[in-house]
Design a protein around this ligand. Structure first.
Ligand code: FES
Length: 149
């Protein structure tokens, strides 16, 4: 019985700590936002891979590395002002896909093609889309963010 009460007390303290963190972790009160997306903390968790925005024209790309995995990622701009990152690792057997060209990324190993705007499979044998990353623009720089799922 007493152990149960202690567990509840500890659980309650955990909730309180989490609540305080949430309360004081945010500087401003605004309309509810996606809490899953981390605040812009470019210098907090190691160097965020970034490239000059001018190096990624519409339809073009620049390559960076995912700091967590070391995998190559293409930062792309499929439409003016819309940036995202696409993994350069083919979802079929892990070959490196070529940089986007004519709106698609081509895998030279077995011929899969992926949509350069979404990462979706255009042609197999791959069946899963290329993993997609968030990219944020900070002035004239583009910063690679976390994987989207
Ligand atoms: Fe890319 Fe097979 S590894 S198509």
């Amino acid at each position: 019985m007493d152990g149960g009460i202690a567990a509840v007390a500890i659980g309650g303290a955990g909730l309180l700590t989490g609540s305080l963190t949430r309360t004081f972790g945010r500087a401003k009160h605004s309309a509810p936002q996606q809490s899953a997306a981390p605040a812009t903390t470019p210098a907090q968790s190691g160097p965020a891979p970034s490239v000059a925005a001018a190096s990624v024209p519409v339809g073009g790309s620049a390559q960076v590395k995912d700091p967590a995995t070391g995998d190559a990622v293409y930062i792309v701009q499929p439409k003016a002002g819309q940036y995202c990152g696409l993994s350069a690792v083919c979802t079929h057997s892990g070959c490196a896909v070529d940089a986007p060209k004519n709106g698609q990324l081509y895998c030279p190993c077995h011929g899969s093609r992926f949509d350069a705007a979404t990462g979706a499979v255009v042609n197999g044998p791959a069946v899963k889309p290329l993993p997609k990353y968030t990219v944020t623009q900070d002035g004239d720089k583009l910063n690679l963010g976390p994987l989207r799922s």
